[in-house]
Design a protein around this ligand. Structure first.
Ligand code: GYE
Length: 306
């Protein structure tokens, strides 16, 4: 190690890179798969990973980032739990000359020099895909369609964007009405709890749009508990396409899933190496993803990695 084109940056170009990674938490199947992807690919790329789990709390992430700065890691990567409130700590990293890569979720900082690149999905596009399926599904009906929405973590990029993209598509037709919308914090338990409340106050729900599979899976329990049939009495759209979600889709309990890939690890390690070598990297790297209906889920299930 050492030498090469590393220049001033410690670890640049060498094989002893240390990365500090601040993860959102362990709130969902998606997150578990994402953590595994990051850890496995760090090992494969010969990058020493310092990993911390923020338990969905921004203050914990800020603490972790400050501690990575103190430890003088070569590079910091993190998945910001919410979009706002990062400028101060990102400025501290910049002043310490430690490059930062955003993975999975975005920040709303105006100063884009605070991070090198942002690797992750286009969540607005995901919300649009969910809306497009709904428009197609109800294209021959003029009756009102009553929708309830389980939002992701309040203030997070995927919650903000999946909501906005969905709304953008369905607003064109007045028959679609979102009658209730609340956060389920991307967890199964909260998804169930909030869906139970939705069912109590709204006797005739046609559609559930859940911002991730886990909340949808929790909601299925609530729907069944209320004596209704998920996928029939209430149509369900979710995002992620983790195995448990895909199983429920194949079983007819979910109607449509928009894929969001958690397998960001290999690209992240690749970008980190390039950044440390002083190579140019794109400001935005968008993950490629697809959608699944029930038939497609049956086909895809056996080869699903997460
Ligand atoms: O969809 C959800 C997770 O940020 C894309 O976070 C990620 C989201 C994912 O908890 O399941």
């Amino acid at each position: 190690c050492g030498g090469g084109t590393g220049g001033g940056a410690t670890g640049g170009g060498g094989d002893s890179i240390t990365m500090g990674f601040s993860q959102v938490g362990a709130e969902s199947g998606w997150r578990t798969a994402n953590t595994k992807s990051v850890q496995d690919s760090a090992k494969n790329a010969n990058i020493t990973l310092k990993f911390s789990d923020a338990q969905q709390k921004q203050e914990n992430q800020i603490k972790a980032i400050r501690s990575y700065i103190q430890q003088k890691v070569d590079i910091i990567a993190f998945s910001p739990v919410v979009e706002s409130g990062w400028d101060t700590v990102l400025k501290e990293a910049k002043d310490a000359k430690i490059p930062v890569i955003l993975t999975d979720r975005a920040v709303d900082s105006k100063d884009t020099s605070l991070y090198k690149t942002f690797l992750g999905s286009d969540f607005v596009e995901e919300g649009k895909k969910a809306g497009q399926w709904l428009v197609e599904e109800y294209k021959s009906s003029t009756d009102p369609v009553k929708i309830v929405e389980l939002q992701g973590t309040t203030g997070s990029a995927p919650a903000n964007d999946r909501k906005a993209g969905f709304q953008d598509v369905i607003k064109a037709e007045t028959k679609f009405e979102i009658i209730a919308s609340q956060t389920g914090d991307f967890t199964r338990a909260k998804g169930k709890e909030v869906m139970e409340a939705f069912l109590k106050s709204n006797p005739d729900i046609d559609v559930l749009y859940a911002h991730n599979d886990d909340m949808g899976l929790g909601a299925i329990e609530a729907i069944e508990g209320a004596g209704k049939v998920p996928g029939k009495d209430i149509k369900i759209i979710t995002v992620d396409a983790v195995k448990d979600g895909m199983q429920a889709l194949a079983d007819g309990k979910i109607n449509f899933i928009v894929e969001c890939s958690p397998l960001l690890g290999p690209q992240l390690m690749d970008l980190a190496k390039k950044v440390l070598k002083g190579e140019q990297v794109p400001a935005r790297v968008v993950t490629e993803e697809t959608t699944f209906n029930q038939e497609q889920a049956k086909q895809a299930l056996s080869s699903r990695q997460y």
